[in-house]
Design a protein around this ligand. Structure first.
Ligand code: 8OZ
Length: 362
C-alpha cells in the first residue's frame, strides 16, 4: 500500500491518511459577527476524507483581522458556529485543526474601525488586502508597545481555549506568509530594540510565548505550526540568516514538543526554490511530524512520504475543486480543473458545488 494513503500518528492526533487539506482563505464568514455559516459546515464536511483538514486562517481577535469576511475564533457565536463544522467533519470520520491567525501589519484601517494595524515595527508592507469592495494597499502600522505583547499572547491562549471548546482536534499556529509571527521573526520587519527584537534569540521570543500559550490550552500533542522561511509573501523580506533564524525557531518548537511542522516549501504559491540544502536542514532539525506543502503533484507526494522526506503532504488549490481529493488520489482518478473564480467571497458558487467522483453518501 502506498504510504501516503496509510494512517499516521502525529503527537496525540491519529490520522486515517497522510493527505492534508491546506488552509485556504475563502472569505465567506457572516459579515455581522465573523462566524462561519452553514455553507462552511457543508464545505468542510465534503472534504472530511482528508487525513487532517486545516481550516482557513481564523483571527484570534478583531485586531488580528486583515481581510473582509474572514472568520474569527474569539466570540461565543464564532465558537458555536465552528462547533457545527467540527461535528459535521467528525460525523464523517474526519479530523480538523483550526489555523490561528493574527495578520499584524497586513491589514487596513477600514477593517479595524479606523485603527492602524499593529506590527513589531512601524514599517508599511508593499502588499494589498481586500476590504470588501476592492484590493487596497495595506495601511501604515504602529509599533506595538512592549507592554501590549502579553495581551496578544493572551489572545492566542483564549483562541486556543475556544478552539478546544469548539471541538477541534488540533490547532495550527499561522507562523507563515508575512503575518504577525513572521513579522516578529525576521530582521527585515522587526527593528525593535526591546526584548522582542535584535538578536535571533529575542526575535523568536514572541513565537515562544505564543506557542507556550496555545500548548497550555490544547496540549503539545494537538498543536502544530505553519512556517514559510524562504517565502517573501506579503513583502516580509528574506531574513539575513534564514537558516540560523529558523533553526532557533525550530528549537523553540522542539522544546515545546509540537506535534507537527507544516512547511511552505519555497515561495508561497510560487516556485519551489531555496538555497541548496537549507530546507532539508530545517526539516531534519524538527523532532515532530513534517507536513510538506507547495505545488505537490500526486507523484511528488507519493515519493515524499515513501522516502521519509515528509510524514504527510498538504494540498491547497487542488482541494478547492476536488472535495474528495484524498479519495481521488488514492485511486489515481482524474482531478477537476483548478478553479479560476469564486475563490474569495460569495456563496455556494465555486465553494460547495464541485462534484465528488461519486455521491459522497453512496
Ligand atoms: C490568500 C488570501 C488571503 C490570505 C495566507 C491567509 O497567505 C493567507 C491568505 C491567502 O496565509
Amino acid at each position: 500500500m502506498t504510504k501516503l494513503f496509510t494512517p499516521a500518528t502525529f503527537g496525540d492526533l491519529h490520522l486515517k491518511n497522510r493527505v492534508v487539506m491546506a488552509p485556504l482563505t475563502r472569505n465567506r464568514a457572516n459579515p455581522a459577527d465573523h462566524a462561519v455559516t452553514s455553507l462552511t459546515v457543508e464545505y468542510y464536511s465534503q472534504r472530511a476524507g482528508s487525513g487532517l483538514i486545516v481550516t482557513e486562517g481564523s483571527q484570534i481577535s478583531p485586531e488580528g483581522k486583515g481581510y473582509a469576511w474572514t472568520p474569527g475564533i474569539y466570540s461565543e457565536a464564532q465558537v458555536a458556529a465552528w462547533k457545527a463544522v467540527t461535528d459535521a467533519v467528525h460525523a464523517k470520520g474526519g479530523k480538523i485543526a483550526i489555523q490561528l491567525w493574527h495578520v499584524g501589519r497586513i491589514s487596513h484601517t477600514s477593517l479595524l474601525d479606523g485603527q492602524a494595524p499593529v506590527a513589531p515595527s512601524a514599517l508599511t508592507a508593499a502588499s494589498r488586502t481586500f476590504d470588501g469592495s476592492a484590493f487596497v494597499a495595506t495601511s501604515e502600522p504602529r509599533a506595538l508597545e512592549t507592554a501590549e505583547i502579553a495581551r496578544i499572547v493572551e489572545d492566542y491562549r483564549k483562541a486556543a481555549a475556544n478552539a478546544r471548546r469548539a471541538g477541534f482536534d488540533a490547532v495550527e499556529i499561522h507562523g507563515a506568509n508575512g503575518y504577525l509571527i513572521d513579522q516578529f521573526l525576521r530582521d527585515t520587519t522587526n527593528r525593535r530594540t526591546d526584548a522582542y527584537g535584535g538578536s535571533q534569540e529575542n526575535r523568536v521570543r514572541f513565537l515562544d510565548e505564543v506557542v507556550g500559550a496555545v500548548v497550555s490550552e490544547m496540549g503539545a500533542g494537538r498543536t502544530g505550526i505553519r512556517l514559510s522561511p524562504f517565502s517573501n509573501a506579503n513583502d516580509v523580506g528574506i531574513d539575513s540568516d534564514t537558516v540560523g533564524l529558523f533553526s532557533k525557531a525550530i528549537d523553540v518548537l522542539n522544546r515545546h514538543k509540537l506535534a507537527f511542522l507544516h512547511m511552505v516549501e519555497g515561495q508561497t504559491g510560487g516556485p519551489r526554490d531555496w538555497p541548496v540544502g537549507a530546507l532539508e536542514t530545517l526539516r531534519d532539525r524538527f523532532d515532530g511530524a513534517y507536513i510538506a506543502n507547495n505545488g505537490y503533484t500526486r507523484a511528488m507526494a507519493v515519493e515524499a512520504v515513501e522516502s521519509g522526506a515528509a510524514e504527510a503532504v498538504a494540498f491547497g488549490k487542488l482541494y478547492i475543486s476536488n472535495p474528495d481529493l484524498a479519495e481521488r488520489l488514492a485511486v489515481d482518478a482524474p482531478l477537476n480543473p483548478l478553479p479560476t473564480e469564486g475563490l474569495y467571497g460569495g456563496g455556494a458558487d465555486g465553494y460547495t458545488d464541485y462534484p465528488a467522483l461519486e455521491p459522497a453518501d453512496s
